[in-house]
Design a protein around this ligand. Sequence first.
Ligand code: AMP
Length: 284
Amino acid sequence: MKVIKKIDEMRRAVSGIKSRGMSIGFVPTMGYLHEGHLSLVRESIRKAGVTVVSIFVNPAQFGPREDFKEYPRDLNRDSEVLEREGVDYLFVPEAGEMYPQGYKTYVEVHDLQDKLCGRSRPGHFRGVCTVVLKLFNIVNPDISFFGQKDAQQAAVIKKMVADLNMNLQIVTVPTVREPDGLAMSSRNTYLNSEERKQATVLYQALNLSQKLWAQGEKDAKIIRQQMTDLIQKQPLANIDYISIADAVTLEELDVVKPPALVSMAVRIGETRLIDNVVVGQRAN
Ligand code: AMP
């Protein structure tokens, strides 16, 4: 696996790959890799000729009071793991080269960026879209992989790619979970042991929504209320939002019909966790 830090060098590598007629699969990440990331990587290796993974903790997607500084980082471990998986290129750009002094250009996907997580994280998806578009312009992938875990992110990126006529395919990969159902996340390392126990309530609430829907409950308000009641039983849990929305437009639904995205952000102690499921599918 070749580790590349400079944008120019990445571009040269990409030209070489393209001139050999090989397809590029791309997995953008912020590192501190876990099995969730690796399922995207494995999908890319299956589907593309060459796999490029990027690790970049993107300052533009963190709010001023968010965890940019504390975000866990371990580049040595990450590169060992990716090497073992058979990744071809690891791209680790520097913030100073991605956003040099005088940087002025940002990408926004209106409406979609303001819902769900966008409400409590203003500017977050603007930062995500901007960095993803920049990375796409550098890596020039034929296909790029995103986790269902960050469903709004995947929806926003798909919309950006469609609206800007970008010539690549976006694939969403199912959420990878711990044995007790907690969605894997680099931020799970923030949880102490009591918080870690209570964090399983997100998955339990999603399962409850699935069960209620399967039993014939179609009223979004009732389903949301029951999920709220369940989550509030955990003393360390603080609900940011619970949403039942159209999976593509992210418009809230009164009557639940597939494909409906049931999603939530819940603080467990200080740690904000997100999770979701598409109704009518198993909570994977
Ligand atoms: P991050 O490093 O958190 O920016 O995540 C990089 C990519 O991995 C994003 O497309 C995420 O949606 C995806 N991802 C993160 N956690 C999981 C998970 N538990 N299962 C599947 N994909 C995930």
